[in-house]
Write a protein that binds this ligand. Structure first.
Ligand code: GAP
Length: 442
């Protein structure tokens, strides 16, 4: 069944995944909040990215830089002059559009009028002022990408970490863009998080780092649960951002069409050279083996944490009919991989009377590091459905027999099959299952 974005958005709100920011005031366009399950899902995805990019790689280190940087950074990076979208307004209904997204150029996408303004360049950076009073305050920008903080810190981090080329610096952090038309739920927001990695290389290195990273990033998506047929790897050809020499998008088939989730860019020495010039700092690297000095080149991988979370939600969402056509019995399921599920294990006593030992088991699993919940309210079948809807892969039912045989029933979310497992081996069994879920789904 095709995913209906309206239904998915409604589920996200109903179950506390994602909803509009400042909702009680009517919301604010392009800004979103994550509720209890949403923040767990997004955190799990971010942690998995960090593990894959930083923790498992001896050649990549992390950083966490401030959002507001010296204003000259954005002159050097080219964003102050070049980070623009073409904007056009309808003089009749006052709607505003990105000119390149209009179905018919020169025709209002809202009221159909042809009374449109000229196309103007609109800078996407959001600004603020820093300083206590008007005279001494400076205009600063909220960063439109996290990457610049990595370029600016390149020398400091290279020295302190004593890394030799090739090596990477990674960061997860907020970015801001005053998008002209935020839309498709969280897909295009004005405040969002990026997970970026800049890989610094010797320009004479014969290894094709761009292709290597593209291949590795493909693996990341399959480990998150995306089948390869829902992914597309699109080379930009000549259509490049001001900083890029080569670029490739990883696209996912969203319900609203194929769209970019991640970009892989060969930025050459553009950024380091610009910062060297504007800051008057030497950004060269000295290679001890070849005794050469040069400005490193950079291959970047850049993925939106919110955008990939939305893609995960779209891929996981399914509604199945367990009944008949005449008497439908609809089950809504979020089929998250177990390693990113917001609640991995729900412990459910069959009856209220069994709460004490069941809750003790839930606490024990929680102490073992699983994301758990204990739920006693309502019929067991209803509880299963509630956990299907938030994507919990394992429901553990504690029944009267459990008191006798010290075993519990584990119900699988996807197949709805049930197995009996001894409590003494439950934690180990779950650990293996969750570990297994990190393998690529092909
Ligand atoms: N440092 C390179 C860079 O920022 P980008 O293609 O402009 O490249 C990278 O952005 C990723 O950031 C995108 O693939 C997307 O996942 C995410 N992203 C960009 N703009 C976004 C927005 N307005 N809302 C949500 N995510 C966005």
């Amino acid at each position: 069944m095709a995913v209906d974005m309206k239904e998915l958005t409604a589920l996200c709100k109903r179950r506390g995944f994602i909803f509009q920011s400042s909702e009680i005031y009517g919301g604010i366009n392009g800004f979103w909040d994550y509720g209890p399950y949403g923040v767990e899902l997004k955190n799990a995805i971010k942690q998995f990215w960090w593990r894959e990019i930083v923790h498992t790689r001896p050649d990549v280190v992390g950083q966490d830089a401030s959002i507001i940087m010296h204003p000259t950074v954005w002159k050097a990076s080219g964003h102050e002059d070049g980070f623009t979208d073409p904007m056009v307004d309808c003089r009749d209904c006052k709607s505003r559009f990105r000119a390149d997204q209009l179905e018919e150029p020169g025709k209002c996408g809202s009221c159909g009028s042809r009374n449109m303004t000229e196309v103007r360049k609109f800078n996407l950076m959001l600004s603020t002022s820093v300083g206590a009073n008007a005279e001494s305050s400076t205009t600063a920008y909220l960063r439109p990408e996290t990457a610049q903080a990595i370029f600016v810190n390149f020398k400091t981090i290279q020295k302190t970490s004593r890394k030799k080329l090739p090596f990477g610096i990674a960061q997860i952090g907020k970015a801001f863009r005053n998008e002209i038309t935020p839309r498709n739920f969280t897909f295009r927001s004005r405040e969002f998080e990026q997970m970026e990695m800049q890989y610094f290389i010797d320009p004479e290195d014969k290894v094709d780092h761009f292709s290597n990273w593209a291949e590795l990033r493909k693996g990341f998506f399959t480990k998150l649960g995306f089948p390869l047929e829902k992914l597309r790897f699109k080379d930009h050809g000549q259509e490049l951002a001001h900083y890029a020499k080569r670029a490739m998008d990883i696209e996912f088939e969203f319900p609203f069409g194929w769209q970019e989730v991640e970009g892989i860019h060969d930025r050459g020495d553009f950024d380091l050279t610009q910062h060297a010039q504007f800051a008057g700092e030497n950004m060269e690297y000295f290679d001890e083996d070849s005794k050469r000095k040069f400005v490193p080149h950079v291959v970047e991988t850049s993925i939106g944490a919110d955008r990939v979370t939305l893609a995960v939600l779209c891929e996981a969402y399914s509604v199945e009919n367990l009944g008949t056509e005449a008497e439908p019995d609809l089950r809504t399921v979020l089929r998250f991989k177990a390693h990113i599920a917001p609640v991995q294990v729900a412990v459910l006593p069959l009856m209220k009377k069994l709460s004490e030992p069941a809750e003790a088991l839930e606490r024990e699993l929680n102490a073992q590091g699983f994301r758990t919940e204990f739920d006693v309210t309502g019929q067991i079948g209803k509880r299963y459905r509630r956990y299907d809807e938030i994507g919990t892969p394992y429901c553990v039912t504690f029944d009267f027999e459990s008191l006798e045989d010290q075993a519990v029933t584990v119900r699988f979310r996807d197949s709805m099959e049930q197995v009996r497992i001894p409590i003494s081996g439950l934690s180990e069994w779950l650990r293996k299952e969750i570990h297994q879920s990190m393998l690529p789904s092909l």
